[in-house]
Design a protein around this ligand. Structure first.
Ligand SMILES: C[S@@+](CC[C@H](N)C(=O)[O-])C[C@H]1O[C@@H](n2cnc3c(N)ncnc32)[C@H](O)[C@@H]1O
Length: 281
């Protein structure tokens, strides 16, 4: 039984980085007008209520979206600006009650000819996701195991796609399972864009994921990472990163600008950022 619920963590420093970079990547892929398949394999509920008891219990949004919110009218990089506009659109004038998650970010950028599939197994997360997104054009919401869905839905008929992998890492061996699933999917769909999120926790288990993918034989693996160091001592998760297989070349500058901005504004440049190839071409 899954116990993780993302509402406890919504809008924290890792979510902010994740959602801004995800937008940069998809925008880069959309430079070509061919249809895209978008798979949000671990979707959660799509939009989070920051005024809910869960969110208020941890107040993690204070380390992310709430800290950045006062800057929304200032000049910022394109990816950040896009994320601010989208977050603003979920809320009434000036307020910040709702935080858009990955399905909402992907749907916001989805074009008429793109197809979005979002999966979650948690009954409550699925119900919310289903309620909000299943009636929308070009969106399918599935109560389906993410690992099994990646196997079944990849390669997509569109032949171009973004596979977003954002597990809760509740189970220790999920790091290995992610690497294995991606390696298998990559064999069938080598030119897909795979975006894999990971947390940086005191146990540093993400190293297993990095090592496994580095040794998988897959080329063109790009890493974007922000370690917030001691900026948020109440959070176990001190940083986070994204591994991007086959990043669109035109997204790299956008990702750099976004990462620089997030590091500066969230950590006053006390954080440690890293961006570059884990495995080059
Ligand atoms: C970190 S949260 C996802 C957050 C979301 N992607 C976002 O950015 O807003 C992970 C989600 O994956 C779901 N999950 C965990 N294991 C799963 C599995 N094997 N198949 C499908 N969903 C799963 C959990 O219920 C949880 O909602």
């Amino acid at each position: 039984m899954l116990s993780y619920q993302h509402t406890y963590h919504a809008g924290n420093h890792a979510d902010v980085l994740k959602h801004i970079i995800l937008g940069d990547i998809l925008a880069g892929m959309q430079a070509k007008d061919k249809p895209l398949f978008l798979l949000d394999a671990f979707a959660s509920r799509g939009v989070y209520d920051l005024s809910s008891a869960h969110a208020l219990k941890t107040n993690e949004a204070e380390t992310g979206v709430r800290k950045l919110w006062p800057l929304r009218h200032e000049r910022s990089p394109m990816g950040v600006h896009r994320w601010f506009l989208h977050t603003q659109a979920q809320n009434s004038e000036g307020g910040l009650t709702y935080y858009p998650g990955s399905t909402s970010v992907l749907h916001h950028l989805q074009r008429d000819n793109d197809r979005l599939v979002a999966c979650d197994l948690h009954p409550q997360e699925f119900d919310d996701l289903n309620h909000q997104f299943s009636r929308l054009h070009g969106v399918a919401v599935l109560k389906r195991d993410a690992f099994e869905a990646i196997k079944a839905l990849v390669p997509p008929p569109e032949k171009r796609g973004l596979i977003f992998i954002d597990p809760s890492y509740e189970i220790k061996d999920e790091y290995t399972q992610v690497a294995k699933t991606v390696a298998q999917a990559h064999k069938r769909f080598a030119n897909g864009v795979y975006v894999i999120w990971y947390p940086m926790l005191p146990e540093e288990r993400h190293i297993t994921l990095l090592r496994s993918l580095k040794n998988s034989g897959i080329r063109k693996i790009f890493r974007v990472e922000l370690d917030t160091k001691d900026c948020f001592p109440d959070l176990q998760m001190h940083g986070s990163g994204l591994l991007i297989i086959n990043p669109p070349w035109n997204a790299q500058q956008a990702m750099k600008s976004s990462l620089d901005w997030v590091c500066d504004k969230l950590t006053d440049n006390k954080g440690e950022k890293h961006m570059g190839w884990l495995v080059p071409e």
